[in-house]
Design a protein around this ligand. Structure first.
Ligand code: ZN
Length: 133
């Protein structure tokens, strides 16, 4: 079992974890809204949603904070969302992940250290790494 990590909204700082989920309000490109639960282990791409909320492969979702409604956009690339994290050792950082359905690109940044996850991580690697080297 991976370390326990909490995730936060960058705007209101409320915790996005509930049990073994990280909860987001999302909007698809047809402007339909749905709650989406992602796995708290970074690099695990399981996703839980109601079957009536349809997400097409390759479509871009807006991820919003379920508390304050802030659109969770990365400052590194428009296709990425960003949330804050704190692991059980108290290390604080950022997680950037792809907003494109089916694309597995995740970047965990703590200080000057970046970890990458997912089969598509190379897609945005240059955008993430240029500020760190
Ligand atoms: Zn918020």
């Amino acid at each position: 079992m991976a370390m326990r990590t909490d995730f936060f909204c960058p705007k209101c700082n409320n915790i996005l974890n509930v049990g073994e989920n990280v909860v987001f309000s999302t909007k698809n490109k047809r402007r339909k809204e749905g709650l989406v639960l992602l796995h708290p282990d970074v690099g695990n791409y399981s996703l839980v949603k109601h079957p009536s909320f349809e997400i097409e492969d390759g479509e871009m979702l807006d991820f919003l904070c379920p508390y304050c409604g802030e659109i969770l956009k990365s400052d590194k690339h428009e296709n990425l969302a960003k949330i804050l994290m704190r692991d059980e050792k108290g290390n604080e950082g950022e997680v950037h992940f792809s907003r494109v359905a089916g694309q597995q690109s995740t970047y965990k940044i703590i200080g000057q250290n970046m970890e990458i996850f997912g089969k598509d991580a190379s897609d945005y690697y240059d955008f993430l790494s240029q500020n760190y080297f």
